[in-house]
Design a protein around this ligand. Structure first.
Ligand code: MN
Length: 212
């Protein structure tokens, strides 16, 4: 997978039906094949005439927005953010499991930061449900391994503030409206059954690479 311009549409690491009943195949088709593809195409179009930026990967573009040519800053924030956030989101899920929880060091750090797994779930749910309009709820980590929950509007990302995203909970209506209509909280409840904790634990363990 190429990590710089021209950016490519990632393949889903599962079948379109794999996340049912919590996320239906039709939603996944629209979300991945159309919404994400649009962000990828837009980003490539924006960068086409700026060869100087063609070696930059997504995190580099996103943490350097303020030094990019002014006329493309907003478009890069929206579209590089759109690609980065969605790549994380689609990679953060797998087929549903009962009693879906993290293990090991990450589980301990979650208990420490939020009191318990239930405390973590409640805080991420509330932050995500409470994001006004479109955006994301996030579990993020810092260089020292401490954890924090936050939300961002639009396609903004938490990177650039010494934070590395672990869980990206997409609460744009396009993520859930076909199935859940206005019931964002039910979609969020379903997402917790889909979190690929093995993958999130790997991200957490390897955070040193991100903060290099
Ligand atoms: Mn989305």
């Amino acid at each position: 997978m190429k990590e710089s311009y021209p950016f490519e549409l990632i393949a889903l690491p599962y079948e379109y039906e794999a996340l049912e009943p919590y996320i239906d195949a039709e939603t996944l088709h629209y979300h991945h094949d159309r919404h994400l593809k649009t962000y990828v195409d837009n980003l490539n179009n924006i960068l086409k005439d700026y060869p100087r930026l063609h070696s930059m990967n997504l995190p580099t573009l996103l943490v350097n927005i303020e030094v990019l040519p002014q006329e493309i800053q907003t478009a890069v924030r929206n579209n590089a953010g759109g690609v980065f956030n969605h790549n994380l989101y689609f990679s953060s899920m797998r087929s549903p499991r009962e009693d879906n929880r993290p293990k090991g060091e990450l589980a301990e750090k979650i208990d420490k930061a939020f009191g318990s797994f239930e405390g973590f779930k409640k805080e991420l749910s509330q932050k995500s449900a409470g994001q006004f309009g479109s955006g994301y709820g996030w579990l993020v980590t810092h260089r020292d391994g401490s954890l924090c929950i936050m939300s961002t509007p639009n396609q903004n990302t938490p990177i650039g503030f010494g934070t590395m995203p672990l869980i990206p909970l997409d609460v744009w209506e396009h993520a859930y409206y076909l199935k859940y209509k206005n019931l964002r909280k039910e979609y969020i409840e379903g997402y917790f059954n889909l979190i690929n904790w093995d993958h999130i634990e790997d991200l957490y363990k390897n955070r040193g690479n991100f903060f290099k």
